[in-house]
Design a protein. Structure first.
Length: 290
């Protein structure tokens, strides 16, 4: 029986299409001539070349049609607002101990009211919750503060323990959002010179409050609403987004305060810029609560 042999180049042409065999032939040193010009056809013109592709635009288009295409890792915050709280009635609503199961609902309510707040998060909760909630906070203009890793009473810890509680939470929030927090709230409002010294070294101002809703004790949305609206211009209101009754009160709190002419601001907006690391801030209206 006679065996038929087929040249390798022809086999590649039949299987691989056009581009691959040309490259193969060139790699073997075979000369490949250009296609003959068509008589009467216009010469190639620079004006006929496609416009240069913007790499950023191309990446955005690829990300839109391919979910697996790599996107920017970190969220983008809206432009900073310039609010003079010396002239405008401002109030800072703050929420501790999240993110939790009700935080998304609270963010929905704040978005409907075009209100911004400050969230003092626990590193442990961030690790459990994942990146979505914190990234949403950033993109919707809220501020994120450090509330330690495990809600430990810092004054009962060694200096190394204080550094660990604050440092681990700094690290995970930066990993998720790309931002270094500049505010911290000591659990239970418990602070001293040692806590202040560690906070100073880590670039964190200490934030307390002047309006305490006691929502952790009184799980009643009406009581929370009454206490949260007992503010004066410059107040810092303490609440917890891990309680359903607090989140249920949020819309009413926002409506009542808006009727009184209040603007809902983050803590940095309230104080008009960066705060001094280590120093205690407790609202403009009165002494700190515990």
């Amino acid at each position: 029986m006679r065996l038929w042999t087929v040249p390798l180049a022809l086999l590649l042409l039949g299987v691989g299409g056009c581009a691959a065999p040309v490259a193969h032939l060139r790699s073997e040193g075979t000369q490949v001539s250009a296609a003959p010009a068509v008589p009467g056809a216009p010469a190639p013109s620079a004006a006929r070349r496609p416009p240069p592709i913007d790499p950023a635009e191309l990446a955005a288009k690829l990300a839109a049609i391919q979910p697996q295409w790599p996107r920017s890792r970190y969220p983008v915050a809206p432009a900073a607002r310039h609010i003079n709280c010396r002239r405008v009635k401002c109030v800072a609503l703050t929420y501790d101990d999240g993110p939790g199961g009700y935080t998304g609902q609270l963010l929905d309510i704040l978005a409907r009211h075009h209100a911004r707040a400050t969230f003092f998060v626990l590193g442990q909760k961030v690790a459990e919750d994942g990146p979505h909630t914190l990234r949403r906070m950033v993109t919707e203009g809220h501020e994120i503060g450090n509330h330690t890793w495990s809600h430990a009473q810092l004054t009962a810890l060694s200096d190394a323990g204080i550094r660990g509680e604050l440092g681990r939470t700094q690290g995970i929030v930066h990993h998720v959002t790309g931002r270094w927090m500049t505010l911290m709230r000591p659990p239970y409002g418990a602070t001293n010179k040692r806590v202040a010294a560690v906070a100073h070294r880590k670039g964190l101002a200490q934030i307390l409050w002047d309006v305490d809703t006691m929502d952790w004790r009184d799980r009643d949305s009406l009581i929370v609403t009454q206490r949260a609206t007992s503010v004066t211009p410059g107040s810092v209101v303490l609440m917890h987004d891990i309680h359903s009754t607090t989140v249920e009160a949020a819309a009413q709190v926002l409506d009542l305060l808006a009727l009184r002419g209040y603007t809902f601001v983050t803590l940095s907006e309230l104080y008009g810029g960066p705060l001094i690391p280590g120093r205690v801030y407790a609202g403009e209206a009165g002494p700190a609560g515990r």
